[in-house]
Design a protein around this ligand. Structure first.
Ligand SMILES: *Cc1c(COP(=O)(O)O)cnc(C)c1O
Length: 413
């Protein structure tokens, strides 16, 4: 046989063998992804639940779509919750005990994502108080020492060139894993005008600050007018190059993403918005439309998941979540290890769980679907990115590396 022809056939055989190998690598995920519930596949069921909630809360369909109605009708006491969700007497008593210590509050929309029949529902775990919160002997109220790192009201500075401003403690839903639960307190409060002005003054006086992150609470709990004013003020400071918004409303209150809001935010580019989807169940057609609307207005969307035991501490759940996020123009940005905040110990996983999830993502999905896994250093020393080890050793002129499939190769150095 002609050597060229033989080489071609060898190549073809190798390529076919490789394709088979690659198919085997995705087989388990392909088989299991359908069993991971998501808000798009279950939409009919969720809509039915929404209709039931509308009836129980005497809301019209227009009320339901009105974010102000959703905020005004957040469920925050146990008697009302028991009317809207199937709770055992024991569960009711537990919730009652816990919420005296850590209040709860859930938008009717987010409540509609809870599967009443499933005690381990990942939405329920994030929204509804659990007795473990009171049994937690671990943790600190403020493990990142944010209060100590506050040079002006509402301002936290941990890095030389960027700061966060906590503009409110209000949220559409208080996450049970909240890292700032110390600020939830017993009432809803926005940073005062005087507070906002002194934060702006602080930024003006510090020319190295080029990136300002507006968060809370939830930054989009502010009225459009207030946000518009704040973003305009920031734009008038010459050294502020970019602005960011931290908000969970695309997940917990997608009706907040109105056309007016998108138009206003679109006038303030460069603007980045980071949200927090933690489970595919949160990606409903409403949440998807909210994200796509923001993207159409020119806003770059990122996702900051928290790695939560019993919610998303599973490589396939994270893979599915992140792939679905890309399809609604949200780029996975961070996966946070849950901080040691008092009352949240039951959500914490070993650090290794996060590293193994990161290892499983590389190569198995688009690089775009891979966030950075981060641990927050205690004492406000900042984020630490952790990566699976791929550099196994070095010799004089070679490095020993591990590929995404675990194959070990030598690479000229
Ligand atoms: C997380 C954080 C930031 C932003 O960090 P990036 O890695 O740039 O996203 C800024 N300031 C504080 C206090 C933070 O906690």
């Amino acid at each position: 046989m002609d050597t060229d022809v033989k080489e071609n056939m060898d190549n073809k055989n190798n390529a076919q063998r490789r394709v088979k190998e690659l198919e085997a690598a995705i087989q388990l995920y392909s088989m299991q992804k359908g069993q991971i519930p998501d808000g798009t596949t279950l939409w009919e069921k969720i809509k039915h639940k929404q209709e039931q909630l509308q009836t129980a809360l005497k809301a019209s369909p227009d009320d339901w779509q009105d974010w102000q109605w959703q905020v005004a009708n957040r469920v925050s006491d146990v008697e009302q919750l028991a009317k809207l969700l199937q709770l055992s007497k024991e569960q009711e008593e537990e919730i009652d005990k816990v919420c005296r210590l850590f209040r709860f509050c859930i938008s009717p929309y987010y409540l509609s994502l809870v599967n009443s029949a499933d005690a381990a529902c990942p939405i329920r775990r994030q929204a509804i108080p659990a007795i473990e919160e009171m049994l937690d002997q671990h943790g600190l109220v403020d493990p990142m020492a944010e209060e100590a790192g506050s040079p002006a009201p509402g301002v936290v500075q941990r890095y030389p060139d960027r700061i966060i401003i906590n503009v409110t403690n209000r949220c559409a839903m208080f996450c049970r894993h909240c890292q700032r639960r110390r600020r939830i307190g017993q009432s809803d409060e926005n940073l005062s005008l005087a507070g906002l002005l002194s934060a702006l003054q602080y930024i003006k006086e510090h020319e190295q600050i080029r990136d300002v992150l507006i968060t809370g609470g939830d930054a989009l709990m502010l009225e459009d007018q207030t946000l518009d004013w704040l973003l305009t003020e920031l734009e008038q400071i010459p050294h502020v190059e970019i602005k960011r918004i931290g908000t969970r409303v695309p997940v917990t209150l997608p009706m907040r993403i109105t056309d007016d809001l998108c138009r206003m935010l679109g006038n303030h580019l460069p603007l980045y918005l980071n949200t927090q989807f933690n489970h595919p169940l949160e990606i409903t057609p409403h949440a998807a439309e909210a994200c796509l609307k923001l993207a159409r207005s020119g806003i770059a969307l990122g996702n900051q998941s928290v790695l939560l035991a019993g919610v998303n501490d599973n490589a396939f759940v994270i893979r599915k979540l992140n792939q679905m996020l890309l399809s609604i123009m949200v780029r996975p940005y961070y996966l946070f290890h849950a901080k040691p905040v008092t009352g949240t110990h039951h959500f914490r996983t070993p650090v290794e769980t996060g590293i193994e999830i990161m290892r499983s993502l590389r190569g198995s999905t688009s690089g775009l679907a891979i966030p950075t896994f981060v641990v927050n250093a205690p004492g406000g020393l900042g984020k630490i990115a952790l990566y699976p080890e791929c550099l196994l050793g070095t010799t004089e002129n070679k490095v020993l590396l591990q590929t995404w499939e675990g194959k070990i190769i030598e690479y000229d150095n």
